[in-house]
Design a protein around this ligand. Structure first.
Ligand code: ADP
Length: 319
């Protein structure tokens, strides 16, 4: 039995269909990222799994339980990190944790949690005086108080500085090792790639692709892709003649070759560049995860709000 499972989930807000037939699974000891641009339906999906929304259609199970109908049985077994706040402004991290410990049968010790999320130095500071990153860490600690079997994280890296991100990654790895199932919503591809065992890419309320980061990168490579970076303004006609392949400069000294990658091509390209006193700064012969992602969700996916970017191309899911 998967720890988290939803099948053909549909959720509407009036005339807006926020989630339009999403199916996904996550197992114990697995970190799964629901990745997509703003407005894709990530939060709505997660909130439904947490039991805070009633599906308009589809089936949702967490640890085998219906998160709405069996919320009471489930609530002490899951941990929820909310996207923003939820803590009384005058409460310190220590007091908040002590309060939350009372809700669980076998809570983590407060000191261990403060240590884990690196909040010892500010344990007595009221919530409203904490920095954004510190507030995020309090929310994370609160999600972990009850030793949850499933943890839901919504944009856990939002507003977290690089050092904090490293700490967060370590905590999530620790949860995986413990056998916890972690389901996180994020619009940050790099974080999803670093943290997740598997990704479910969503856009406009639908699953566009899913698989491991490597599978997704590979799935985007259904067209030959050789890209290299050198100085701008090289003679593309001369390169094309030397290599027997079409060449276009994408701008800023990045070029795409219209051919299959091969050792011969690499050697010929390096020779041509050397003969023309041009450095080979970068050469990539496979599609990157970023290219796959952008081809799925469009390139302006980091808009702060508004409609999701149009889906340009779909690829088959992998699992
Ligand atoms: P994401 O988490 O991927 O940014 P959301 O699940 O928050 O996406 O939102 C999906 C869609 O549903 C968006 O179009 C959003 O504007 C809409 N939406 C979200 N919450 C509400 C709400 N409470 N009422 C009406 N529309 C909403």
């Amino acid at each position: 039995m998967p720890a988290v499972e939803c099948t053909d989930l549909v959720l509407r807000y009036g005339a807006t269909t926020a989630v339009d037939g999403v199916s996904l699974q996550a197992d114990a000891g697995e970190v799964v990222a629901v990745l997509g641009p703003n407005g894709a339906g990530k939060t709505t999906t997660i909130e439904t799994l947490e039991g805070y929304r009633t599906p308009d259609a589809g089936r949702v199970r967490v640890l085998g339980l219906d998160p709405r109908a069996e919320h009471r049985a489930l609530v002490s077994r899951i941990g929820v990190m909310l996207q923003s706040g939820g803590v009384y402004p005058m409460l310190s991290p220590r007091r908040a944790l002590e309060l939350f410990r009372g809700y669980y049968p076998d809570p983590e010790p407060t000191d261990a949690l403060l240590e884990l999320v690196g909040l010892r130095a500010v344990e007595s500071t009221p919530w409203r005086h904490l920095s954004g990153g510190e507030q995020q860490r309090v929310s994370l600690a609160l999600a972990l108080v009850g030793r949850p079997e499933v943890v839901f994280l919504d944009e856990p890296t939002a507003g977290v500085d690089p050092e904090g991100r490293i700490g967060l990654r370590a905590i999530i790895s620790g949860l995986r090792e413990r056998g916890t199932c972690v389901l996180m919503a994020t619009h940050e591809l790099t974080e999803a790639e670093r943290l997740a065992d598997r990704m479910v890419v969503v856009g406009a309320g639908r699953v566009l692709a899913h698989g491991t980061p490597a599978q997704l990168a590979e799935a985007g490579g259904d067209r030959p892709s050789v890209r290299f970076t050198s100085r701008a303004g090289l003679d593309t006609a001369a390169i094309a003649a030397a290599l027997g392949a079409g060449v276009v400069e994408d701008g800023n000294g990045t070029y795409t070759l219209d051919t299959e990658p091969s050792p011969r091509l690499t050697a010929d390209l390096a020779t041509w560049l050397a003969d023309h006193d041009a450095a080979l700064v970068e050469l990539r012969t496979t599609a990157s995860l970023e290219e796959t992602y952008l081809s799925l969700v469009g390139s302006d996916n980091d808009k702060p709000d508004g409609d999701p970017a149009p889906v340009r191309r779909r690829i088959r899911g992998t699992r």
